[in-house]
Design a protein around this ligand. Structure first.
Ligand code: PGA
Length: 255
């Protein structure tokens, strides 16, 4: 049984005091829903303050990005060594990083390997653009992204990775994929690729999230899909009522 996860990606939002206040409110609002992994990913600057605010909470902390090297001349970057002990998760290869900061499948792979080497759980984002979707290239594009991201991993390591399927046309647009569409891609393309490169057991043991315009209104239907194990939430994760409702709805479904 794969444990469901509601992971909030706060993106470049919230000052330090605002992030700490939101984390405290989330900590209180989701207390007791222990059958769901609640994860919040504030900006790197806010991580120490939010970590302190989450003391004793079941809410886990994640970073939004990291470099693959332990240290070095990489101005502005943050290394896995700096995140170790501070976060449990790290989002890798979000489409905004691929689109605006030139991240490639190769750098995503380096980061995945570095995260695992340091005991951090990578949440690897994959997904097709609107053009790729319209020209029926989604399967090929996503399958290659999955293969490249996991290059060099053994089948034992793969279930320690979380994959988030996020169609680019659904991110921040209010146009979520239909639950059936999202599930079909998670099942056939993402899990199917894992089964192809590794084996069926590995594929079944790996959590796959859906992301793109999820909220408290559509999460119930999304989480009823057998191959969707959770959500990577953008906008709705910034509102304590919406995020807590998503955790609560998921918790009910998994009882
Ligand atoms: P959204 O963002 O929920 O605001 O569409 C999702 C994401 O980018 O992870």
């Amino acid at each position: 049984m794969r444990k469901p996860m509601m992971a909030g990606n706060w993106k470049m939002n919230k000052t330090i005091p605002e992030a700490v206040a939101l984390a405290k409110a989330i900590h209180d609002a989701v207390a007791g829903y222990n059958n769901v992994d609640s994860v919040i990913c504030p900006t790197a600057l806010c991580l120490p303050g939010v970590q302190a605010a989450l003391q004793g909470s079941s809410v886990a902390l994640g970073a939004q990005n990291m470099h693959w090297a332990d240290s070095g001349a990489y101005t502005g970057e943050i290394s896995p060594l700096m995140l170790k002990g501070l976060v449990s998760y790290v989002i890798i290869g979000h489409s905004e990083r691929r689109q605006y900061f030139n991240e490639t499948d190769e750098t995503v792979n380096k980061k995945v390997l570095a995260a695992l080497a340091h005991g951090l759980t990578p949440i690897v984002c994959v997904g097709e653009s609107l053009e790729q979707n319209k020209s029926n290239q989604a399967h090929t594009v996503i399958s290659l992204q999955v293969q490249d991201a996991l290059n060099g991993l053994t089948s034992d390591q793969v279930p320690s990775v979380i994959i988030a399927y996020e169609p680019l046309w659904a991110i921040g647009t209010g146009l979520a994929a239909t639950p059936e569409q999202a599930c079909e891609t998670c099942k056939t393309t993402v899990r199917g690729t894992l089964a192809q490169i590794y084996d069926n057991e590995t594929a079944q043991n790996t959590r796959i999230l859906y992301g793109g315009s999820t909220n408290e209104k559509n999460i119930g239907e999304i989480m009823q899909q057998l191959d969707i194990d959770g959500a990577l939430i953008g906008g709705a994760a910034l509102k304590v009522e919406s995020y807590a409702a998503m955790v609560r709805i998921t918790s009910e479904l998994y009882k």
